[in-house]
Design a protein around this ligand. Sequence first.
Ligand code: PMP
Length: 406
Amino acid sequence: IFNGVDTLPPDALFDIKKRYTQDTRAHKVDLGIGAYRDNNGQPWVLPSVRRAEEKVHADKGYNHEYLPITGLPALTGGAARVIFGPEYAEDRTVSVQSISGTGALHIAAKFLAKFLPERTIYVSDPTWANHKAIFQLQGLNVASYPYWDAASKSLLLDGFLDSIDLAEEGSVFLLHACAHNPTGLDPTPEQWDAVLERLAARNHLALFDSAYQGFATGDLDRDALAVRRGVRRMASVSPVIVCQSFAKNVGMYGERVGCFHIVLPDQSSEVNSRVHGAVSSQLAKLIRSEVSNPPAYGAKIVGAILADKSLTAAWHADMVTMSSRIHAMRAALREKLVALGTPGTWDHIVEQCGMFSFTGLSPEMVRRLETQHAVYLVSSGRASIAGLNEGNVDHVARAIDEVVRH
Ligand code: PMP
């Protein structure tokens, strides 16, 4: 009965990783998946994570029991405080643990498919490759809003705002909380205010995807600006959904630590408490049938970091270490391209933020980078700057120079 099942192409991003791993050239460079690497090109276990691991293991009560269905309270509460900061309204916020950011988006998709199945989800053009798939898999309609102007490498604010105005009232807008993937371009605080104003005027629902908090500016609080302003602005309008990943900023990619939050609009305390209870119960039912309960190990580590002032401070410092190294690599790459006289302008590499640079290289150039120079990146021209280091940035700059001139 499965004889007629179609074979699908492999996932583009994970296939790059596979080709990179099989490549035997010593000078190969992986700028594909957004995962932080240290200056030796190695994965980095954050010192704050090592300390938290020691603390968790030393706990006399250490075990591998199940977590509650909605997750570890130390994680979900700590995570809400990290993203919402002074805007955290505990009585109006429902927070549950998720299988990292993808799992949080999946919960969002399931929840919307159940309670708002007719609403269209608007995603930026371009956006993270998985966004569309996650919502479409639940039968939701996905459309896009203009975001990036390839010619000027800048934000299409007018087009973005027009889409908000033209979308059917009460639509869902997926917003990258910071360090937009793939463009590395975020709205300014003033532009965010304009976006939020228009969303509120149309009673739209804001869905923030926060996968890179800390990577845009190195400061976890500053990187939460859009979410916090969103929560404040929408409080009298509609709920705000936040899908939060700790994969990148805690460097626990494979441990799948994340949270899904719904901030309810500010109503009477009687309504708030009733809706809070109802939404919590629905989320618990959904999670129970999907994963029964979330994974415990990473949650305990991140929960320990968030519950201890000195560990939290150490984590913030680790965040600065990661973001400054990426920043230094942006500058080094740009400087080398300018020194080589590589045709084109390269200022965007330092102006963009987060882990990625949307280089502007064509799919043809990207292919040549891989075949001729063993430099791997996504065909869209998105390069994970975290994969650069002092030992390979020169090779990468020369390789880019060669493919641009070819
Ligand atoms: N959102 C965006 C924009 C991302 O780039 C990613 C990771 N690449 C995620 C969500 C989810 O990542 P994870 O499931 O590993 O937390």
